[in-house]
Structure formats: structure tokens, C-alpha cells
Write a protein that binds this ligand. Structure first.
Ligand code: PHE
Length: 465
């Protein structure tokens, strides 16, 4: 029996995949690591990492998805018939599904915070934000993290939204929602950039972001590591979305658009945040940008409310982050749900509900590991730096699952798939792909070497989260 697979409309794929890529990784993590790694030099290496490693792997994932019309596990099975290693390759697909489960368990908890802070800001904007509130933001955030029921509640809200959208399907759910949210997100972020131009810190922010100084190995490692997370690579999200891509679409062009959009949004987020941070007197700055996870919630509200128009900017900003996170969480759930649909023949509704329910349950452990439960909060198999269920899962996904998944995908497509097949698929809907030779070279040599280097660094005690 041949079932016709649901398809994105022509622009739908780019929008949905860009929505998957653009998320907390861009708005929360990228500004922080850029700041920590000295600005311009890091941005430069990041751009190179996206072009030489991210983009080639993205092409590989999308071509696998479109050719096989399958989600990751069955996609690897589809190609593995005449390939050395055979069915073993489907393990890479399983790794992707597992990564989806793991990442979404903690991603949804953080995404819940953005909803909570949106509500908080609406409340502050209506009833007034004063010095007492400003000075207690840190403690307030701390007690919010330690409040188990609240953490579970907001995680539940986010998971319900995600499940609801995935149940509605590819065109009617995922495509419709991202087509609505992504443009709103871009408009809001552009407006915030305009506001940033009028802050005293804008000039310094731009100089910091684009001034290239000495380059450190640390920054290179961090940039390569982050390129997987931010582009949603290494776990089959783009294999899955690629399987809903029409045959008339050009894979190279679409992939380039996704990378450009993701990078532009990340840079715009930096402009906004750095302009605000650099508007703070130098002496206070050191305390401003200390802890990665918290600055978005402890420092930024105070800064927003010190700006003219802050009563509007603050809630709108958190709404933006929540939207960005939502278009990413649906892609994470879709990887797991489409596996259940393709492999076990479940209906979309059953798959989304059961996958969502399972992830919600594991997420509860994450939600309680931020202070509410002592044992969950202090569990530290990978050392104190990544203590707690939250830290452990983030460490494991960002340092192991995504790089290993990306490495194996690059090796599989670069070394094991027939070059005629990959060329045909990349040229379908595109015409002659002039950079094919370069793409294959990057995939066969540059990507594996770069990723192995990352993995060795991780084994040596480095962590990317
Ligand atoms: N790319 C998303 C972000 O930057 C996170 C993500 C990773 C989404 C892997 C899907 C798959 O926030």
C-alpha cells in the first residue's frame, strides 16, 4: 500500500525548518557565548563553522529525508540496503529520536520560563515596575526555579501547545503556525533593533560584535559545537522535515536560506542584548553577564523597564522568545512522533499524544531538578559543572548526541551513499549544482575531522552547554 506523505507548500519547508533552527539557541545561548568568547572573533569563526560544517550537513540531512520520504530511523533503513553495515545504520536514526526525547524534556522547561516571564511583564507593565521589584529579580527567579509545581505547570503549558500543533499535522499545524509566528518574530526583533539603535550602548555593541581580535582554540570549539544545536542538526530534525519537502523545491537554495535566517536572527538578538548591556555603566557590567542561564530573566527585565517604552518592549520581548521556542519544540516532537507513525504505523494523534506524554513525564524530573527536589537537583554523573537532571541532559545532548549524530550522518552520506544518488537528489528542483564537488569534499573530510576534534575535546573534559 502506498500512502502519500503529507507535504509542505513551496515556502512552507523553509519557514518550518527556519522555525526549528531559530530558538532559544539563538536568542538566549548565542548572545551569551558570543559575549563570553570575546565578540567579533567568535562571530567570525561561527560564520565559518556554519558555512563549512553546518550547511553541508544540513544538505545531507534534507536530501536523506526527501529521497527516502521517511523519518530518521526508517530513512537510514531505506538507504542501508546496499550499504556496508546494513541495518546497523538505523542506529543513527534511533540516536536522533532519543536526542529529540532528551532535548525536548529540558527545552520545554526553559521555554515555559519565557511564558511565565511574559505574564510577569504584562503584570509589571500594568501595575508598575519599581526599584523594589528590580532589586529582587534575582531572588524572585531563584524561588521560581525552586518552585516545583510552577515549573511543572509551565512545562505542561508548553508541552500541550506543542502536542496540539503536531497533532494538527504538517500543513495544517506545523506549517500554519510557523508561517504565522516566524514573521511576527522577525518584525518584533527588527523593532527591538531599532530601539537598540537609540540606546547609548549601541555603538559599543556593534564594535564588540564585529571587531575581530585574536582567535582562541576555545572559541573555535565552542562555535563548531553550537552550530549543531542552533541549526537543529545531528538528530534528524531536518531528515524529518525534508521528508515533507516537495520535489520541485531546491534543497541547496532552501538550506542556504535557513542558515542565513538563523544567523541573521542570532546576530540581531546580540545587537539588542549587547546594546542594552553596554548601556549599563562599566562598573556594573561584570555582574550583569555572569550566569548564562539567568541573564535573560534576572537582568533584562530591569534593563527593559529603564528604557523609554519599556512597558511595551518587555512583554513583547518574552513573547518573541516564547514564539521562537515553540517553533523549535514542534520540530523536536515531530521527530519522535513521525518515528512512531512511520515505524509502528500509529496515527498522528496517538503518536503525538504518547510521545508528548512521555516527554512531559521525563520533563517533570527536569522541572523538579532546579531546586525543588534535592536528589534530582544534585545528581552529577558528569561532574559538578553539569549537576542536576537538567544539567546532565543538556550536557549529554549537546556534547554527545548531536555531534555524534552529525558525524555519522556526514560519514554515511559522504562515504556510503552513491555519489550519483546524492547528486541527483541535490539537483532535483535545482538544476545543475555547481558546488557539488565542494559540498562532497566538506562532508567527507572537513566535517568528520572537525567533529572528531570536538569529541576529543569533550573526552578531554570540555563541555558545550
Ligand atoms: N535549533 C534550536 C535552537 O536553536 C534547538 C533545536 C535543536 C531544535 C535540535 C531542534 C533540534 O534553539
Amino acid at each position: 500500500m502506498i500512502k502519500t506523505r503529507d507535504k509542505f507548500s513551496s515556502l512552507g519547508f523553509v519557514v518550518a525548518a527556519a522555525g526549528s533552527a531559530i530558538g532559544l539557541g539563538n536568542i538566549w545561548k548565542f548572545p551569551y557565548i558570543t559575549f563570553a568568547n570575546g565578540g567579533g572573533s567568535f562571530v567570525l569563526i561561527y560564520l565559518i563553522a556554519i558555512a563549512l560544517i553546518g550547511l553541508p550537513i544540513m544538505l545531507a540531512e534534507i536530501l536523506m529525508g526527501r529521497r527516502s520520504q521517511q523519518s530518521p530511523v526508517t530513512a537510514f533503513l531505506y538507504f542501508s540496503k546496499d550499504v556496508a553495515g546494513g541495518k546497523l545504520w538505523s542506529g543513527v536514526g534511533f540516536l536522533g529520536v532519543a536526542a529529540g526525547l532528551v532535548i525536548l524534556s529540558y527545552y520545554s522547561v526553559v521555554a515555559g520560563w519565557t511564558v511565565y516571564y511574559f505574564g510577569k511583564c504584562v503584570q509589571w507593565s500594568v501595575s508598575g515596575f519599581n526599584e523594589t521589584i528590580a532589586s529582587s529579580l534575582g531572588t524572585e527567579f531563584g524561588s521560581f526555579l525552586g518552585n516545583g509545581p510552577m515549573q511543572v505547570l509551565f512545562h505542561a503549558i508548553f508541552m500541550s501547545l506543542t502536542v496540539g500543533i503536531v497533532i494538527s499535522g504538517i500543513k495544517g499545524g506545523i506549517e500554519r503556525v510557523t508561517k504565522l509566528l516566524l514573521p511576527i518574530l522577525m518584525v518584533i526583533l527588527s523593532l527591538l533593533c531599532v530601539v537598540a539603535m537609540f540606546t547609548p550602548g549601541f555603538g559599543e555593541a556593534i564594535r564588540f560584535l564585529f571587531h575581530v581580535g585574536p582567535i582562541h582554540t576555545e572559541a573555535v570549539l565552542e562555535a563548531v559545537g553550537h552550530s549543531f544545536f542552533t541549526l537543529s542538526l545531528g538528530m534528524g530534525a531536518l531528515i524529518t522535515y525534508g521528508s515533507y519537502l516537495g520535489r520541485k523545491q531546491s534543497i541547496p537554495r532552501d538550506a542556504l536560506m535557513i542558515c542565513v535566517l538563523d544567523t541573521v536572527i542570532a546576530l540581531m538578538a546580540c545587537v539588542v542584548m549587547f546594546s542594552i548591556i553596554f548601556s549599563v555603566p562599566e562598573a556594573e557590567r561584570a555582574t550583569t553577564f555572569t550566569k548564562s542561564a539567568t541573564i535573560l530573566f534576572t537582568t533584562l527585565p530591569r534593563m527593559f523597564y529603564s528604557l523609554p517604552g519599556g512597558v511595551i518592549i518587555a512583554p513583547v520581548f518574552y513573547l518573541l522568545v516564547a514564539f521562537a521556542a515553540l517553533t523549535s519544540t514542534i520540530s523536536l516532537l515531530e521527530v519522535v512522533a513521525s518515528f512512531l507513525i512511520d515505524k509502528l504505523g500509529w496515527t498522528r494523534k496517538k503518536a503525538a499524544l504518547i510521545a508528548g506524554g512521555t516527554i512531559f513525564s521525563s520533563g517533570v524530573l527536569v522541572a523538579l531538578s532546579l531546586g525543588a527536589n534535592e536528589t534530582l537537583s544534585t545528581w552529577a554523573p558528569f561532574g559538578e559543572r553539569d549537576a542536576g537532571v537538567f544539567g546532565v541532559l543538556d550536557y549529554f545532548a549537546s556534547n554527545w548526541m548531536l555531534p555524534v549524530g552529525g558525524l555519522l550522518t556526514a560519514v554515511f552520506v559522504g562515504w556510503f551513499l552513491d555519489s550519483k544518488l546524492t547528486r541527483d537528489e541535490l539537483e532535483e528542483g535545482h538544476g545543475m549544482f555547481k558546488l557539488y564537488g565542494l559540498w562532497r569534499f566538506l562532508l567527507r573530510y572537513v566535517c568528520p575531522v572537525a567533529i572528531c576534534w570536538i569529541i576529543i575535546a569533550v573526552i578531554g573534559g570540555r563541555a558545550f552547554n
